[in-house]
Ligand binder design. Structure first.
Ligand SMILES: Cc1cc2nc3c(=O)[nH]c(=O)nc-3n(C[C@H](O)[C@H](O)[C@H](O)COP(=O)(O)OP(=O)(O)OC[C@H]3O[C@@H](n4cnc5c(N)ncnc54)[C@H](O)[C@@H]3O)c2cc1C
Length: 282
């Protein structure tokens, strides 16, 4: 943002992108209000998982989650600087994650989530906040100082997760970064990392060449393997954490309990959740 402001690049807000018009020498964004944008050499789509320009088949995942942000309580027994979770097999999952400042209060905040199937969401909302708190604290009694802060079901948002791996570039002048290229369940917690690395790689590609053909080659070379690897890992690992399976969570628990301290396994886990597995520096 500092760099954009320094270069006096205009920022236009409150425009819903619906498509693009591409000509031989330029590309132009098209907005819902019928206002046509300026003409550009290239356009970067960073409009997330539901991008109107994205490609690839969107697959809804069987589990999503209710989310809310609360204040970090004065005293509690949950890990203060790390994601902490509790499971019942893989069909129930409660999590608490420190998130810096809670924008609603300005205090130190924590995101709190509860795994749920999208088709059950309406029932959970109808059952009310007392029932929600009860279920949450049955699985994780120590979470009570966090959960008690949620005053009503309106304060929770049901997030539905999608999995899609589209194309990095869908026409000569149109590029995608982040979720508009690839989205998945947040189990590995890498969505923000991947989006930032895509943006850095695309900037690097543009820096290295002025030919759009070469930008495409460099961008793909820098990002394709890493993205495919993490999209595959997400498909493999998500059912260990959110599914109806009884066998997979058992394997998860045994592996974590008996092998997670082995240097090779520990190294794999650390690299995976840091986003650097298979990453080529550029
Ligand atoms: C519940 C949940 C929890 C998550 N937890 C984590 C986590 O712990 N760690 C992690 O790394 N990742 C997490 N992720 C994934 C992460 O949020 C995404 O991967 C990341 O935000 C992708 O960044 P992005 O910039 O590509 O898209 P987004 O952050 O989705 O940004 C897209 C932007 O484009 C705007 N937009 C959308 N459509 C249009 C349009 N038609 N016209 C104009 N603007 C538009 C949106 O309003 C938004 O501002 C989570 C995702 C979810 C849903």
């Amino acid at each position: 943002m500092d760099a954009v402001q320094e270069m006096r690049i205009p920022i236009e807000t409150n425009r819903e992108l619906t498509g693009v018009t591409e000509k031989k020498a330029s590309i132009q964004p098209v907005f819902a209000t019928d206002i046509e944008g300026d003409q550009f050499d290239m356009l970067i789509d960073a409009s997330g998982a539901r991008s109107p320009l994205a490609t690839g088949r969107l697959r809804k995942l069987s589990y999503g989650a209710f989310w809310a942000t609360v204040d970090m309580p004065g005293s509690h027994e949950i890990m203060p600087n790390a994601l902490d979770q509790r499971y019942w097999h893989a069909s129930k999952m409660a999590g608490i994650m420190p998130v810096g400042t809670n924008p609603a209060t300005g205090n130190q905040g924590a995101a709190i989530f509860w795994s749920e199937k999208p088709e059950n969401a309406a029932g959970v909302i109808d059952a009310g906040i007392e029932r929600f708190r009860e279920h949450y604290c049955e699985l994780w009694p120590e979470a009570e100082p966090f959960v008690r802060q949620i005053g009503s079901m309106d304060e929770l948002t049901m997030a539905v997760y999608d999995h899609r791996t589209g194309q990095a570039q869908t026409s000569y002048r149109l590029y995608h970064v982040g979720d508009s290229w690839h989205c998945t369940s947040p189990q590995l917690g890498q969505g923000a990392n991947m989006a930032l690395i895509d943006a850095a790689a695309l900037a690097k590609a543009v820096e290295r060449t002025s030919s759009l053909k070469d930008v495409r080659k460099i961008y793909r070379r820098l990002r394709s393997f890493h993205i495919k690897l993490y999209q595959s890992l997400s498909v493999i690992f998500t059912p260990l954490y959110q599914s109806n399976s009884r066998a997979l969570p058992l394997i998860r628990d045994l592996v974590i309990h008996y092998f997670a301290r082995w240097p090779l396994v520990r190294n794999f886990i650390t690299h995976t959740v840091s986003g650097v597995l298979g990453f080529r520096r550029f």
